[in-house]
Design a protein around this ligand. Sequence first.
Ligand code: BG6
Length: 609
Amino acid sequence: MCGIVGYLGKKEALPLVIDGLKYLEYRGYDSAGVAVHSGKKIEIVKAVGKINDLEQKLEQASGKGTCAIGHTRWATHGKPCLKNSHPHQNTDGNIVLVHNGIIENYGGLKIKLEEEGVVFKSETDTEVLVQLIGRYYDGDLAKAVIAALREVTGTYAIAVLAKDRPNEIVIAKKSAPLCIGIGKGENFFGSDAIAFIKHTNKVVYLKDGEVAVLTPKTVLIKNLQGKKVSYKVNNLSLDPSSIEKGEYPHFMLKEIYEQPRAIQDTLDGRISPQNDEVILTELDKYQEYLLGINKILIVACGTSWHAGLVAEYILEKHARIPVEVDYAAEFRYRFPVLDEKTLVLTISQSGETADTIAAIGEAQALGAKVLSIVNVPASTIARDSDMVIYTYAGREIGVASTKAFTTQLIVLSLFAVYLGRLHHSLDDAAASAILQNLKRVPNEIAKVFNEAKNIKKIAKAFHKHSNALYLGRGVGFPIALEGALKLKEISYIHAEGYPAAEMKHGPIALIDENMPTVVLAFKGRRYEKILGNIMEVKARKGKLIVIASESNDGIKRIADWVIHIPDASESISAILAVVPLQLLAYYIAVEKGCSVDQPRNLAKSVTVE
Ligand code: BG6
């Protein structure tokens, strides 16, 4: 998923667009490009790699003009190279376009256009769209864009310039995020308001099938029938420091250390003063519906899917309702069995993951209500869902999710108690015990940071390995999966998470003195069993890194390395135990000199299916 941004007004556009692209780089960093309208001509500058590479190339360019569009790419069609970089232009160069999304029927359209003599310069699906617009252009850019969009299928957030219309940008969206920033005598747009929020907090979220004509002073929105439609201006609040690294070398480390605050913000106002009730007013008008549900289907992607796996354990335990967990894309196409008594619970940090958005549509079409746990306010998933519970992690910029994950576990724990109370499957004492434990999490996570030095040493010892195994039991299993994912995401070391008992049925074959094995062995009714698994790894000379409860000193005699977390219940230990796994992956990636915040091939939210 790419990022697009643009500006038109009185100021020099290029610096504003470059600055906006830097904030959108979490969306993709295979190549970048800009198109600046000088009033007479459109200057295009593109570069493979990151925005910094583009800035170097721009030193040779004029870049003068008060109207510009920009793009940062995550390659889908056509490898990362200059000719596939955006902006793209039509054959005679009078139409220029940037695009986030996939034109699914580009193959057929390309053949038709080639038969009509069009010569394509790139391997992208996007170039088909700019050639189509060029085909329809007769001086009215919005009309040409609408005519072209009526021929394409797929997803798009686009911005288009025409050489002979210097003070106009036409943008359009379908199943990819796009919003407008309304200024005084100037206007912005971006895939994410973060691209222009420093300049205006007046934000219009474009809806699917809408086309907007921007000039410095006006915003006109039309539908694909060319009819004018009204729009709502939202006043967005964003603390600018949340989008700066501050004294941290990486956003990921900053976001790991923000977890106590993020969790406190997510807990605030949601536990009654007597500690026996969960307050989720956003669900008040759905209490009757929630009382009638007999199945919960959780769908999500990536790290959010791991949070869903943890939720399966705690929801079935406290609410006694059967839970299934599915990857959003698999759910979407597997003919799931659900009805109006099924609650579909989606989890997403960004609220823009295309697979999850599509799963919501599918679930609602099948009669289920959708509750979503989302971190980004007013995101597509938040807008499309029947009920939304926000995590308050604040903006998460590091591509590998950290604070969003732990705040998701907090909200899921609150929801499990809420549902358990509603279904009378959780009594006062049990509910109160869980809620008091949750309240202690921010301080306990702060204690885990005392292990940072120890974890750094372990990272030094293990960063040269090319494989790793993560083992856990019960709620420890999804946490093992998350630990393995963190290592894969940012250090490119192959790692697998496994239920510890399952190790004996296969993965144990991988274990020798070169296989570091991380084991989650916190106190609880499964401890003796996991100790057995630790001994099985030791018996095969596996190198053991054990996450253990602080009162467990004896484990030092068995493990090669021990990382202690505060003593807590199993479900709280699971939340605490992910923090050392985040730090371990982080320090290993730093030791390897990897691009921690922008790991190769990844992006913060995947807005294409
Ligand atoms: C991936 C991100 O693109 O999407 C992961 O790199 C994330 O960090 C996954 O977990 C799901 O995203 P979201 O925003 O739906 O939770």
